[in-house]
Design a binder for this molecule. Structure first.
Ligand code: HEM
Length: 383
């Protein structure tokens, strides 16, 4: 989903909170002294959030060691030394979007801003000349209040936009089957003595369209739950969950000549996440492979391995013969309601993406010679 940053509203908040040139001058006057505490600040956040059950996993699952500490250090340094201009507002607003994407509970960001205020208050008290203290205290308070308001604005905007796009999508998607069902029912009503064969076709259409709606409603409610439910970081056996999803798909798609190749890592890998959500993720990705496989040469292969790039992640590679629809615009395949199949709801890959984003994993599709590869990276637990 793309977002337009509401600069006008953010500038309005800036003005109402009173972040004016006087405030910025007060911050910049002692910027080097305050910014010199950036490492201590990042360590303080690490200590606090590393000891909170709900936030600890974000510190354990980082793209590279020290990533979050680096982000916090940079943010703290720029707070004092940069102009509070569009580019600053942009960064803070985007951090709100990122926090929503990874499903970080906004209350912990709120807590972070309270702690940042306390941290700054102590430095100002200890290290600044008496005659500057009051002005700098006020400037820091106002700037942090503004940051929190901007972050909250992004959280509300993105959550609302996601909800309203889903509602718009549902309305649009349901209109078609309802019209088809309506037209078929009218035909039946008009021709009271419809021949058996023709009536039977009409019943089939009505049934398949209502099944499509049922599936759509169920997928949308799943997507919505994933989007809003708090993250869970349980240890899950990857191989066990994969086997279960494979079995489900074998029953669902009876492809008699399917060549299914399974190449799991020698030792089982534990991944982190919510067991139900991981099961949904694997189920939807495998369904995607089973549905897309070339019926004339049906081959699906599933491999797992520890990520050679970073030991913190496990990799799943799902290959199927067949073609990748819209290979040049893979991102659109992950957009809610985008489907290349007549009976599809277009929610499967969006559900998969929503699950991996919550746990800081990734999922990608690529066209390769002879087929399509789906690559998934999931954070590893203890093995
Ligand atoms: C005052 C509080 C906080 C501030 C100012 C802040 C600031 C930021 C910023 C500037 C980014 C980069 C945004 C981007 O990618 O555009 C970010 C990302 C992130 N923050 Fe925060 N953050 C705060 C609290 C927290 C807390 C409490 C956690 C959880 C322990 C957290 C976890 C993350 C994670 C996981 C990312 C994404 C890193 C990635 O791209 O993989 N943040 N934050």
């Amino acid at each position: 989903m793309s977002y337009k940053i509401p600069y006008e509203r953010l500038m309005f908040f800036k003005q109402k909170i009173g972040v004016d040139p006087k405030v910025q001058a007060a911050l910049q006057l002692h910027a080097p002294l305050l910014a010199a505490h950036k490492e201590e600040f990042a360590a303080y956040f690490e200590e606090i959030f590393g000891n909170i059950e709900q936030t600890r996993p974000y510190l354990e699952v980082q793209n590279y060691p020290g990533q979050l500490q680096k982000i916090w250090m940079k943010w703290f340094e720029e707070l004092f030394s940069n102009e509070i201009d569009h580019s600053f507002l942009d960064k803070v607003w985007r951090s709100g979007l990122t926090h929503v994407r990874i499903n970080l509970d906004h209350r912990y960001v709120n807590l972070g801003y309270c702690l940042a205020k306390r941290f700054c208050r102590e430095i100002i008290e200890k290290e600044l000349p008496q005659h500057d203290k009051a002005n700098v205290h006020e400037a820091v308070e106002k700037t942090l209040d503004l940051c929190l308001l901007i972050e909250t604005d992004a959280v509300i905007t993105s959550t609302f936009q996601c909800d309203s796009e889903v509602i718009k999508g549902v309305t649009h998607q349901i209109r078609n089957p309802i019209m088809i069902i309506g037209a078929n029912m009218m035909r039946l009503k008009r021709n009271g003595s419809t021949p058996f064969e023709s009536a039977s076709q009409t019943y089939d259409t009505v049934l398949s369209e209502s099944r499509r709606m049922e599936k759509l409603v169920s997928d949308v409610s799943t997507y919505n739950e994933i989007f809003h439910a708090p993250s869970k970081w349980t240890q899950i056996s990857l191989h066990q969950e994969l086997k279960r999803a494979v079995e489900n798909c074998r029953i669902l798609y009876s492809l008699s000549s399917l060549d299914l190749q399974i190449g799991f890592a020698r030792r089982d890998i534990n991944v982190l996440g919510n067991p139900e959500e991981i099961q949904l993720l694997l189920q939807h990705l495998l369904e995607n492979a089973f549905e897309g496989v070339d019926p004339d040469n049906p081959v699906i292969s599933i491999q797992t391995s520890p990520d050679p790039g970073t030991p913190k992640f496990a990799l799943i590679e799902i290959f199927n013969t067949g073609k990748l629809a819209h290979a040049e615009e893979v991102e659109t395949l992950f957009t809610p309601f985008y489907s290349t199949k007549t009976a599809g709801t277009g929610m499967g890959l969006s559900i998969a993406r929503a699950v991996v984003q919550k746990i800081k994993g990734s999922v990608d599709l690529q066209a390769v010679p002879g087929g399509v590869i789906c690559l998934v990276a999931l954070p590893r637990g203890k093995s």
